[in-house]
Write a protein that binds this ligand. Structure first.
Ligand code: ZN
Length: 243
């Protein structure tokens, strides 16, 4: 899955408004960053194989550390512990941030399970589970775009954003992600997997960076409403305790 992960990140920002949207974007896609880094270092095995699924012509032959359930749960637990210990925010804020970021990490496996070929292991073996939604490109696009805009709607409502100034950034980011989804998930066969890996890692960090900037600007243009004060908390704007 690609942009559907960002729908989860947008929605999680409502549960932990002090956590930068950029960090949530990174948490929900850290498994793919790991996948391509581990591939480049020869730890995980991925090959170009056009017959794998209709949307992604890549066979993920051995991906237990980036996309295994056990490794994902361990990474989620580690994320929770590190944020809890590292952050200096008050306990309630720290718990919300740790929970949101850990859930974001773990959510990646669940959403990928829906789309992948049966290649996601429970432990550290090769092969595993996957419900193959990638075999249905239109349905894949519909699910991913639906998840993205569902999460975006939760985010916009929790911030009480309105007017072109407040809405332009988040909606522009959403539109850019839809374009990337349609271009990158059209089943084109890559020439070089190394190039795909490097571009993917750079792209995932760039998107997270854009989300952080958009989130910061949106919060500065935020108009306080009863809903934003109630749901997201009166301290949802930027402050010293933001992560
Ligand atoms: Zn993935």
């Amino acid at each position: 899955m690609f942009i559907g992960h960002y729908g989860v990140a947008f929605a999680l920002n409502r549960a932990s408004p002090q956590t930068s949207l950029g960090l949530l974007f990174l948490a929900t896609t850290i498994a793919d960053v790991l996948l391509y880094v581990l591939y480049l270092f020869g730890v995980e095995r991925v090959v170009i194989a056009p017959a794998t699924t209709a949307s992604v012509p890549i066979s993920f032959q051995h991906i237990p550390f980036s996309h295994g359930l056990a490794a994902t749960l361990l990474l989620g637990a580690a994320t929770f512990a590190v944020v809890l210990l590292w952050s200096r925010a008050e306990r309630r804020v720290r718990l919300a941030a740790a929970g949101a970021l850990a859930f974001g990490v773990v959510s990646h496996w669940l959403l990928d399970l829906l789309v992948h070929a049966p290649d996601m292991p429970l432990l550290f073996e090769s092969g595993g589970y996957g419900l193959r939604l990638y075999d249905h490109p239109l349905l894949t696009h519909a699910v991913e775009i639906g998840l993205l805009f569902g999460g975006l709607a939760v985010y916009l409502r929790s911030l009480g954003l309105r007017g072109p100034r407040g809405l332009a950034g988040p909606i522009g980011l959403g539109a850019l992600l839809v374009v990337l989804q349609l271009v990158l998930r059209r089943g084109a066969i890559p020439v070089s997997l190394e190039a795909v890996a490097i571009q993917s890692v750079a792209g995932l960090f760039a998107i997270a960076g854009m989300a952080a900037v958009v989130d910061g600007r949106a919060r500065r243009s935020q108009v306080p409403t009863p809903e934003s004060l109630g749901a997201a908390g009166a301290d949802a704007t930027e402050g010293p305790e933001r992560l």
